[in-house]
Design a protein around this ligand. Structure first.
Ligand SMILES: Cc1ncc(COP(=O)(O)O)c(C=O)c1O
Length: 393
């Protein structure tokens, strides 16, 4: 039976951050988890464990890492072995560990803002220097997209008097929903090879593809790319199990892999047994029908947002994400007209009773934007969009 993504589930009865951070009359469209139940095969596997009743320490099964490797082969024809796969408690942990083992204090970490805000904390965490290659906003009527300005990118390498040691790539990109093309990835890779820069590629959104979008892991471009890249993947966003805190670092370079494992050990980081079970099922392919339905639903939600903005919010511009369940809305014109005020999160909570992520938190290029989460039933989405319309009058 097809999944009914239209069904509205009451999440206020749970301890959800998204649903409980603001007063009850505020509709939350911020934190990046979806308002859908996880797929049944995952729930069944978790239920089986709960029925057994004992939740003690567990080994990570060989099948878990083998399933991740097999999925990379199936999706991208990328040949990695189960040994290359290291479970991590989350992807933010993963890129912080990557930076700790590869970026000497005082060296640089290159990012492409506006970008997921923990990308801008890793430098402070590791005593490194932030190097900014801001993405270029390109508008077409009511829609916009972000692209790489290659001069900006090249100038950011070794900027701020620091040698770039790591390029922290977000692909697909949060918050813009852009998927980089193979040509763009190749050009980034060539620059990193030329300047001997390690790549850490956060690909957490890689299976949330809209329409017929395609994703390529940068590490899969060539054996050399594989040797200089730490790739981070997870089932958490795709199958809505983020609270189980398990992700994976894929590291083909043996020396790097051993350093990464040693650092995890040193910091005594462990992964969650229920997360192993859920990830093993997720990467096995048992939930792929659910995922196909989800992608179709999210694609229709994205189209709904774009059409709604075009018809009802003429001074607002919106991204047309190729992946993710995140829309990036540009209110700069209304800010100039004085019709909305900063911070935009406060403005919309006060005037529309709807909560978004503040764009400025995503760094340079995020000012005047909000990030809207459309991973929800259509009814909730319509409610959220109408609250925007009401707020701006
Ligand atoms: C690009 C990106 N990386 C990482 C995360 C969070 O990952 P985790 O919860 O595994 O640390 C998110 C969550 O929104 C994200 O968008």
């Amino acid at each position: 039976m097809p999944t009914n993504f239209d069904k509205v589930l009451n999440r206020r009865t749970s301890n959800s951050i998204k649903w409980n951070a603001f007063p009850k009359d505020v509709l939350p469209m911020w934190v990046a988890d979806m308002d859908f139940a996880a797929p049944q095969p995952i729930l069944d596997a978790l239920q089986k464990t709960l029925d057994h009743g004992v939740l003690g320490y567990e080994f990570k099964t060989d099948v878990l890492r083998a399933n991740v490797a097999a999925r990379m082969k199936k999706l991208y024809d990328w040949n990695i072995s189960a040994e290359d796969v290291i479970p991590v408690p989350g992807l933010v942990t993963g890129f912080n560990i990557a930076a700790r083992i590869t970026c000497p204090p005082g060296s640089g970490i290159l990012i492409q803002p506006p970008v997921y805000f923990p990308f801008m904390k890793v430098q402070k965490n590791t005593g490194t220097v932030m190097q900014i290659a801001e993405l270029k906003k390109v508008t077409h009527g009511n829609t916009l997209h972000h692209e790489i300005d290659w001069d900006v990118f090249e100038n950011a390498v070794h900027s701020n008097d620091a040698r770039t040691s790591m390029f922290l790539l977000c692909n697909p990109h949060n918050p813009t929903g852009t998927i980089y093309t193979d040509e763009e990835l190749q050009r980034m890779l060539e620059l990193c090879e030329q300047e001997d820069i390690l790549i850490c590629s956060d690909e957490i959104h890689s299976e949330l593809l809209l329409d017929d979008a395609k994703h390529t892991p940068i590490a899969s471009l060539s054996p050399e790319a594989g040797q200089r890249t730490i790739t981070l993947v997870a089932a958490s966003k795709t199958f809505n199990i983020a609270g189980l805190f398990v992700g994976f670092a894929i590291i083909e370079n043996e020396n790097l892999r051993e350093k990464f494992k040693a650092e995890l050990e040193k910091l005594t980081f462990h992964t969650n047994s229920l997360g192993h079970i859920a990830s093993e099922v997720a990467f096995s392919g048992a939930c792929d029908n659910w995922l196909d339905e989800l992608r179709a639903y999210l694609t229709a939600n994205r189209d709904f947002v774009v059409e709604y903005v075009a018809k009802n919010l003429p001074s607002v511009r919106v991204s047309q994400p190729e992946a993710t369940f995140l829309a990036w809305l540009d209110f700069n014109e209304l800010l100039e007209q004085g019709k909305v005020t900063m911070p935009l999160q406060d403005f919309f909570i006060e005037n529309g009773k709807v909560a978004f992520n503040e764009g400025a938190a995503f760094g340079p290029g995020g000012e005047g934007f909000v990030r809207l989460n459309f991973g929800c039933p259509r009814e909730t989405l319509i409610d959220g969009l109408e609250r925007i319309k009401k707020a701006i009058g």
